[in-house]
Design a protein around this ligand. Structure first.
Ligand SMILES: Cc1ncc(COP(=O)(O)O)c(C=O)c1O
Length: 389
């Protein structure tokens, strides 16, 4: 009776370990979470106020399927003012989080049997989006030597006559690493010559450290158009609005009507109060709050990367974005993360959620927790890693 898709979907293993952590907490243990892909900060105050006002003013009815015109205009303007990228409001689609954007992009671009390239390690839900559209996942095993991002040669090697496109993320989850602009431009241009598409997940775009945020929508040096690219973004991470379920996509003109029909049929519209609240995200006072939070994430990242070797751990590659460090596990990561949780009450995520092939070698540490808690967690990890065996 059950569909093959519903039976083949893999669980999110992180949920399992978080469930175990909750049980320990109920038993009175002081669990430190370095597991969650969610900012530990509350909703920025101007956004919280705008949300309350929207609900108070009865702004709770359906909006257009593509979203509030005001918000589409504001986002288009933000690309211009922040990145110098020309985006028309008509290309912006408001979605219920990046998740819905990824789903719409896959449903609009993939036919049953089409191959789509995904990076391993990568965000686990991507394969489900591709498979829901009937697509077949082909993985590119990205390496630590290349910052866990694909090279043009790897894309060319993985591409077959059945391949229709590639889904990329920068900064990536779980690695926190970014693709270089040069490599990305080369991939974008080459995929265009193959008639393929690119879905670019920029959900962590504004959370990067050391150098400026980038978007694929900036001018291509080769002058190649970007009509084959769909950019996905979200209010979840930088703006700390995970539970409000709001994101956006920037799509080429040709995809607008198909995506509008998908949105009308599958979701009607994104949350109306959340859309009104999101308008406050682009006020200077909110951006200032979010930038201060980015700086706090940056300090935690620096602290973590400096201290990890002192507790016998090593980060893979250079995580300069998001709020994750993908680190080498001292032994099989499923067992290691379970042992860390049971003995030290520190909750991290084993790599098997993100990588089919090398997941046991790695685990993910999230620094979406206070510096104080991260420091305590590292002390506990040090005690565990340096114990007499
Ligand atoms: C890489 C990546 N893409 C997409 C999502 C989905 O985010 P949301 O639907 O909350 O915008 C996540 C969530 O963790 C993510 O890490």
């Amino acid at each position: 009776m059950l569909s093959r898709l519903s039976q083949s979907i893999e669980p999110f293993h992180v949920m399992e370990i978080v469930k175990q952590a909750d049980q320990l907490q109920q038993q009175g243990r002081d669990v430190i979470h370095l597991s969650i892909g969610e900012p530990d900060f509350p909703l920025p105050e101007p956004v919280a106020q705008a949300l309350t006002q929207a609900i108070g003013a009865g702004k709770t009815r359906y909006t257009a399927a593509l979203g509030l015109q005001e918000l589409r205009e504001t986002i288009a303007h933000f690309y211009d003012s922040r990145f110098g990228a020309t985006v028309s409001p008509g290309q912006v689609v408001i979605t219920s989080g990046a998740s819905t954007g990824l789903m719409y992009a896959c449903l609009a671009l993939i036919n049953p049997g089409d191959e789509v390239l995904l990076c391993d390690p990568g965000y686990p839900c991507n394969k489900t989006f591709v498979q829901t559209a009937g697509g077949v996942v082909r993985t590119i095993q990205v390496s630590e030597d290349n910052n866990f991002q694909p090279t043009l040669a790897e894309v060319q090697e993985a591409w077959t006559p059945k391949t229709q496109g590639i889904l990329l993320a920068s900064p990536s989850n779980p690695t926190g690493t970014r693709i270089s602009s040069n490599v990305l431009n080369d991939i974008v241009d080459w995929v265009a010559t193959q008639g393929g598409f690119i879905i670019m997940d920029e959900i962590y775009q504004l959370l990067c450290y050391g150098s400026q945020p980038r978007t694929l929508l900036s001018q291509s040096p080769s002058g190649q158009t970007r009509d084959h690219c769909v950019v996905i973004n979200s209010f979840s991470k930088y703006f700390g609005m995970t539970g409000l379920r709001l994101g956006w996509m920037v799509v080429p003109e040709a995809l607008l009507t198909p995506i509008e029909k998908l949105a009308q049929n599958l979701n009607i519209c994104p949350s109306t109060p959340a859309q009104w609240a999101a308008l406050a995200c682009f006020k200077q006072e909110t951006l200032d709050i979010c930038e201060a939070r980015r700086a706090a994430f940056g300090n935690r990242r620096e602290f973590l990367l400096r201290e990890l070797p002192n507790v016998g751990l090593h980060a893979g590659s250079n995580p300069d974005g998001a709020f994750y460090v993908y680190a080498h596990a001292p032994y099989g990561s499923s067992q290691y993360c379970s042992d860390l949780l049971q003995t030290q009450a520190v909750c991290t995520v084993p790599g098997k959620d993100f990588s089919q092939k090398e997941g046991e070698a790695m685990f993910r540490i999230s620094y979406a927790n206070s510096l104080e808690r991260i420091e305590q967690a590292l002390q506990r990890m040090g005690q565990f890693n340096c114990r007499e065996i």
